[in-house]
Design a protein. Structure first.
Length: 389
């Protein structure tokens, strides 16, 4: 049996099918048995636990909500529940799975040629190949439309020049989905590791998302065959559609981090005693914090569930996913801060997961569209006025 009891204040589980409960149970047990025992050491040594890759592939986690090519074809609730459990383990592990599925397999599945799909999707699904997604540049983070990386057609080759930075899995990837400017607008390209003119370098010194590889990609007259362009994805909107997939997973994933923080603080407050041998849980101000957390987690679960249902019905909009990502990340960060407070001095120790989640969530707040940018997406939806510039 899994050790994590789950967080279910409002009979959320009554919304889930038998199959959805089974998927969550499988992911929950995997995280309890295989992920959590590794994370303290992995985080402290800034190492991604790569021994988990074949096991996650075997469980169908990579590209779980895609159809065909060996993918599990799960619905979006099942996919979201996997993300939730993985991020309960660590945001770095969830990020690995998000990048592989939502940012590499999804664009190949959606915008790739049949040859690209047959070549890459089965390998990526099986974890025999790792992918990365290169959009951000040193000068262009929140505004990728300004990107300077170019792709120029020379004969039957594309020649890429530019630099991408903050790329998850960059140096360990066999294939990079790189977005570059062409005379016909921004397009996606598959750049294989080992191609002359393509190199990577890792970013060190991160105090957040330590159990995740983050790299820069350098493209210097990097020549790739013309058939490595993603033929069906045109313009920045193709890249942004991939981000919507990943942001959806984040909106679920951070629920797991928040649940872990809540459950850690709840159980700690029942055993730690202060003033007249009274458990912390018996003090009103402590209960107020726990009440805030469980209320916000429950609201976050319902938001995630409804957005998943809209996604399954083909009705989800990017602005819906912006609300999910922005709300749930901010909620999870506040849960981490409140939990840290409730553990007092022990809250800063690595024997508890709280500081690790809190530090990770600072990255999650920034990547895949910052809190501000998602506020602007929501603002544009309700006013009709774009206020990005
Ligand atoms: C660990 C990690 C992994 C990552 N992985 C990837 C990856 O795999 N692939 C990839 O392509 N990228 C990746 N990123 C990059 C990430 O997507 C960017 O960091 C993010 O888009 C923000 O860009 P920036 O860091 O340049 O911040 P900036 O865009 O410089 O923003 C800085 C601040 O200014 C605010 N701001 C900017 N513009 C506005 C505005 N118009 N109105 C109000 N506020 C504004 C922002 O909200 C933020 O608070 C990763 C980042 C991290 C930290």
């Amino acid at each position: 049996m899994a050790r994590f009891p789950g967080v279910d204040y409002l009979e959320f589980d009554s919304l889930l099918s038998e199959q959805e409960l089974l998927v969550r149970q499988t992911a929950r047990q995997f995280v309890d048995d295989r992920v959590l025992p590794l994370m303290r050491e992995a985080y402290n040594s800034a190492t991604f636990p790569k021994q988990l890759i074949p096991e996650m592939a075997e469980l169908g986690f990579f590209g779980a909500n895609l159809e065909g090519y060996g993918c599990a074809g799960m619905n979006n609730v099942e996919y979201g529940l996997i993300m939730q459990e993985l991020e309960r383990g660590d945001s770095g592990v969830r990020s690995f799975v998000s990048v592989q599925g939502a940012l590499v397999m999804y664009p190949i599945h959606t915008y790739g040629s049949e040859e690209q799909k047959e070549r890459w999707l089965p390998q990526l699904q099986a974890g025999r190949a790792i992918g990365c997604f290169g959009l951000t540049e040193p000068g262009f983070g929140s505004n990728p439309s300004g990107m300077r990386t170019t792709a120029e057609k020379r004969g039957n080759k594309w020649v890429l020049n530019g630099e991408k930075t903050w790329i998850t899995n960059g140096s360990v990837a066999e294939v990079a989905v790189v977005w570059a400017r062409t005379p016909e607008g921004i397009r996606g390209f598959l750049v294989e590791a080992g191609t002359p003119g393509y190199s990577t370098g890792d970013i060190h010194g991160k105090l957040s998302m330590r159990a995740s590889v983050t790299s820069s990609l350098h493209l210097a007259d990097c020549q790739i065959p013309e058939e490595n362009q993603l033929p069906c994805g045109k313009g920045l909107k193709a890249a942004l559609s991939c981000l919507s997939q990943a942001r959806f997973g984040i909106g679920w994933g951070v629920l797991g981090a928040a649940m872990d923080c809540f459950e850690t603080a709840r159980s700690y407050s029942l055993t730690r005693k202060q003033f007249d041998d009274k458990p912390l849980a018996g003090h009103q101000l402590v209960q107020e914090k726990l009440a805030w957390m469980i209320t916000e987690i429950t609201k976050g679960q319902l938001l995630a569930y409804h957005v998943a249902k809209l996604k399954d019905a083909g009705k989800v909009e990017a602005a819906h996913i912006s609300m999910l990502k922005r709300n749930n990340v901010a909620m999870a960060l506040e849960c981490a801060r409140l939990s840290r407070d409730l553990l007092g001095a022990n809250g800063i120790m690595d024997e508890y997961p709280i500081m690790r989640h809190m530090c990770n969530l600072e990255t999650v707040k920034t990547y895949e569209g910052t809190d501000h940018i998602h506020a602007l997406v929501i603002g544009e939806k309700v006013t009709g006025v774009a206020a990005y510039r």
